[in-house]
Design a protein around this ligand. Structure first.
Ligand SMILES: NC(=O)c1ccc[n+]([C@@H]2O[C@H](COP(=O)([O-])OP(=O)(O)OC[C@H]3O[C@@H](n4cnc5c(N)ncnc54)[C@H](O)[C@@H]3O)[C@@H](O)[C@H]2O)c1
Length: 264
């Protein structure tokens, strides 16, 4: 049946990209899964593909009541909650001098508060009986990028939130870890793959010579949630083809200069 036989997982942001690859891996290895996502269209596709072993639910991870209900669905439908994957994320980029307050709030709420709410309500089903939480941060937790201040700051926050969670929850049997992906080919990053010059600039930075596919991230995420990682908690696992050792490409040629008028 596989190493997640009898286990129940929630994947928040599970209807696309990395989350969908995690969901597929969990199903292949025997878990029953709740897939939460804000996109009803994508959820319908997931429901049609997976059938009874996957429960889909519309959930905006920035809304506490919806996150609480998503975690509760795992218990009511499948009897428990063993693993939670906090994957939902996106950004509204912009240089600091241009960035609207609302775009900062959108990005930080989704990428950081969403993970906090996921951890809080997943852990309430796990503390004392055991479980694990895997948060998807980013290479940008360590490496800044042009136009990415809100996203990189939020992802750095996710890394610290993961460590804080491990400090608070590990004594009660809940392991908390983070994955820091590099460039992954998903709908989120489509624009980089559609632009050959931008794609080439990324590849120059990636010693492994290619971007990741979502399955390249799902494998390590499932490892952290598995019994093989039973002594791992509070860890950040870079899954980036060694990109972190080289730095970030200069994206200004593709993004343009800041728009805010300079004085003098
Ligand atoms: N693709 C990359 O290169 C890359 C690199 C590093 C980190 N990440 C992170 O990985 C995670 C997954 O990204 P992806 O590339 O698979 O993107 P994706 O766009 O393919 O999938 C993200 C999913 O999250 C859902 N979502 C968005 N807002 C939501 C909300 N408020 N509530 C619930 N669901 C919501 C979307 O509907 C979508 O299904 C994100 O946190 C992203 O920041 C991605």
């Amino acid at each position: 049946m596989g190493r997640f036989a009898g286990k129940v997982a929630v994947v928040a942001g599970g209807a696309s990209g990395i989350g969908l690859a995690i969901l597929r891996g969990l199903r292949r290895k025997g878990a029953r899964v709740v897939c939460g996502d804000v996109s009803e269209e994508r959820l319908a596709t997931v429901a049609a593909e997976f059938g009874a072993g996957v429960a889909t639910t519309r959930c905006d991870v920035t809304r506490e009541a919806e996150v609480e209900a998503m975690m509760a669905l795992a218990a009511s439908r499948f009897g428990a909650l063993d693993c939670a994957f906090n994957v939902a994320g996106a950004s509204r980029p912009g240089y600091i001098v241009d960035l609207a307050e609302g775009d900062w709030d959108f990005t930080v709420d989704l990428c950081l508060k969403g993970v906090f709410l996921g951890m809080k309500h997943a852990a309430r089903h796990m503390l004392g009986r055991g479980g694990c939480i895997v948060n998807i941060a980013s290479l940008n937790a360590h490496v800044p990028m042009h136009g990415g201040a809100a996203y990189a700051s939020a992802k750095a926050g996710v890394e610290m939130l993961t460590r804080n969670g491990a400090l608070e929850m590990t004594p009660d049997g809940v392991r908390v870890n983070a994955i820091l992906p590099g460039l992954v080919e998903t709908p989120l990053t489509k624009r980089h793959f559609d632009n050959p010059a931008a794609h080439a600039a990324f590849l120059q930075r990636i010693p492994l010579g290619r971007a990741a596919q979502p399955e390249d991230i799902a494998g390590p995420a499932l490892f952290l949630a598995s019994e093989e990682a039973r002594y791992v908690s509070g860890a950040s696992l870079l899954v980036d083809g060694a990109w972190a050792v080289t730095g970030y490409p200069d994206m200004r040629p593709f993004r343009g200069r800041p728009g805010w008028p300079r004085q003098g």
